[in-house]
Structure formats: structure tokens, C-alpha cells
Design a protein around this ligand. Structure first.
Ligand SMILES: Cc1cc2nc3c(=O)[nH]c(=O)nc-3n(C[C@H](O)[C@H](O)[C@H](O)COP(=O)(O)O)c2cc1C
Length: 157
């Protein structure tokens, strides 16, 4: 005769493990969000500070050219002359593009056609979706829109 409880017990690892995943990794589970950012004159830094004020649980990391990251995260940078990607950001992306989930850029509308173009150049060059383009250090509504984007893409509350 087949002993069903015994049989199930033998396969315990197979049914315990998926159960563990379903129990602990649901869409409501708060996971960590990381923001990597570049800033030269302080606008992006201020935008990131405003994010941090609303979401102290987000980790924010100022990038360096030779930095290698190990965790997925979102990039915020600014736009340099003629719509260029800042050099520090470019070197960072060359090394770490696989870990970057979205790109956002600060810019200034006074620059006309090249407004916020670093986001587009990074998106096309490295295959990363654009989250937001905002002016200078952003409005409160930009901060909210950005947080909303990150929380949705990370499945966190
Ligand atoms: C030399 C220089 C060139 C710039 N070129 C552009 C540009 O082409 N397009 C744009 O949208 N903003 C441009 N900007 C504006 C910056 O992207 C904007 O001020 C941004 O907020 C700077 O971010 P940061 O203060 O964090 O360095 C330029 C700013 C400077 C100083």
C-alpha cells in the first residue's frame, strides 16, 4: 500500500520551497530601491534629497567613474552641453548598464532642442527605459512622479 503522508514527506523540499516564495515574495513585499545619481552643480543632488525626504527607505548612491555596482537600481543624471551625457555618467554606464532599470535626467528648457537629452541618449545607447525628464532640481510633482515610477517598477509600496 502507498503511504501518502510518507510519500509527500519525501518530496517536502519540492513543496516547501515554492510555498516559501509565495509567502515571502509577494507584490506587497517591501524591497529595497536604489538610486544611483550624478550631479555637478547640485540640482540632481537636491532632487535626490527631496526623494529621500519622502522615502527614507530608498538608498541613494552618488556615482563615481570607476564604480562597479552589484545591485539593480535607477539612474538619475543631468544633461551637459549640446545634450551630452556627462562623462562620469557615461563611464559609470559603460561598466554598469546591466544593473540599471531606468534613466532620468535633469535639464534646462533654455537649452531648447537638447532639453534633458542625456536621458534619451542613455536610453538609446544602453537600452534603458526613460523614467523622467525634469527641469533643474524638479518640482514636488516631479518627485512624486519619480517615486511612483520606482515603486511600481520595483513592486514596492
Ligand atoms: C555647460 C552646461 C551645459 C548644459 N547643457 C544642457 C543641455 O544641452 N540641455 C539641457 O537640458 N540642460 C543643459 N544644461 C543644464 C543642466 O543639465 C541643468 O542645470 C542640470 O540641472 C544640472 O544638474 P546638476 O546641478 O545636478 O549638475 C547645461 C548646463 C551647463 C552648466
Amino acid at each position: 500500500m502507498c503511504d501518502v503522508p510518507q510519500l509527500l514527506d519525501n518530496f517536502r523540499p519540492l513543496w516547501v520551497f515554492p510555498h516559501f516564495l509565495v509567502t515571502f515574495v509577494t507584490k506587497d513585499t517591501p524591497l529595497m530601491a536604489i538610486i544611483y545619481f550624478d550631479s555637478r552643480t547640485g540640482n540632481v543632488n537636491r532632487f535626490v534629497d527631496n526623494i529621500k525626504a519622502k522615502r527614507p527607505d530608498f538608498t541613494t548612491v552618488r556615482i563615481e567613474p570607476d564604480m562597479t555596482v552589484k545591485e539593480r537600481g535607477h539612474l538619475i543624471t543631468y544633461t551637459d552641453s549640446d545634450g551630452e551625457i556627462p562623462f562620469t555618467t557615461y563611464l559609470f554606464m559603460e561598466r554598469n548598464w546591466k544593473f540599471i532599470e531606468s534613466v532620468s535626467s535633469s535639464g534646462n528648457r533654455n537649452w531648447g532642442k537638447t532639453y534633458g537629452m542625456a536621458a534619451k541618449r542613455i536610453s538609446v545607447g544602453f537600452g534603458v527605459p526613460i523614467a523622467l525628464v525634469f527641469e533643474l532640481s524638479g518640482l514636488d510633482s516631479d518627485v512624486d512622479a519619480y517615486i511612483s515610477h520606482v515603486t511600481k517598477s520595483e513592486h514596492i509600496l
